[in-house]
Design a protein around this ligand. Structure first.
Ligand SMILES: [Zn+2]
Length: 211
């Protein structure tokens, strides 16, 4: 399965490992926060995955880091054709390891922003992989998105019930030891936990009222 350091993929991992052994694949592309990679490693170790493979893609950059490129309407964190590339690596890994399921932790909200998280995209990709490989056909490989019908707050509630180590996850887009609580990733995290009614183990402690 594809594992970042985020809440969604950690939750998909804990959901999947209830039913089968899991191998995890993490992509170190240009600009990814170093702490997110550390989070992915920590989550994979905590979940006791069969293998955690790190794929280094230093030439793959976020839109915000590509000088002169135009990606109208897409956020600066968009990585051009990210999922076409990531899932191709995952299919190659599935072919090598004999896996029959490729799991991604995309939630319902992701599909509203990115075309490469849509059901149509994944159905096409699945057909392309099956056309490309007799091994994948024999193993009846499928792409599964177990969180695809859930909003982010719903994913957080599910994570809480599955005892996902949320303290190991990473949502910040900036470099640092701790979350900055100012970037889009941090603001979305705080909003989603509040909406879910779940306490974020990483949230900064509020100061008591001064009397
Ligand atoms: Zn941040």
């Amino acid at each position: 399965m594809l594992l970042s350091g985020g809440i969604d993929s950690a939750t998909a991992l804990y959901l999947t490992r209830k039913e089968r052994p899991v191998r995890a694949l993490t992509f170190a592309y240009h600009g990814i926060a170093g702490q997110e990679l550390e989070s992915a490693k920590a989550i994979a170790a905590e979940a006791k995955v069969t293998e955690h493979r790190l794929v280094r893609l230093p030439d793959l950059k976020e839109a915000g880091d590509i000088a002169g490129a135009r990606f109208g309407g897409l956020p600066p964190t968009y990585v051009p054709l990210r999922n076409s590339i990531f899932y191709s690596f995952a299919a190659s890994y599935a072919e090598e390891s004999g896996a029959s399921l490729i799991v991604g932790g995309h939630n319902r909200d992701d599909e509203r922003i990115f075309d490469d998280v849509s059901s149509g995209f994944f159905a096409s990709l699945e057909r392309a992989f099956l056309a490309a490989s007799p091994i994948l056909r024999r193993n009846r490989v499928r792409i599964s998105r177990p969180l695809g019908s859930r909003s982010k707050p719903e994913v957080i509630r599910l994570a809480s019930s599955l005892r996902v180590p949320l303290e190991l996850t990473w949502s910040c887009h900036r470099e640092g030891i701790n979350h900055c609580w100012e970037c889009d990733g941090c603001l979305m995290r705080a909003k989603s936990f509040a909406s879910a009614g779940v306490t974020d183990p990483l949230a900064p402690k509020r100061r008591g009222k001064i009397t």
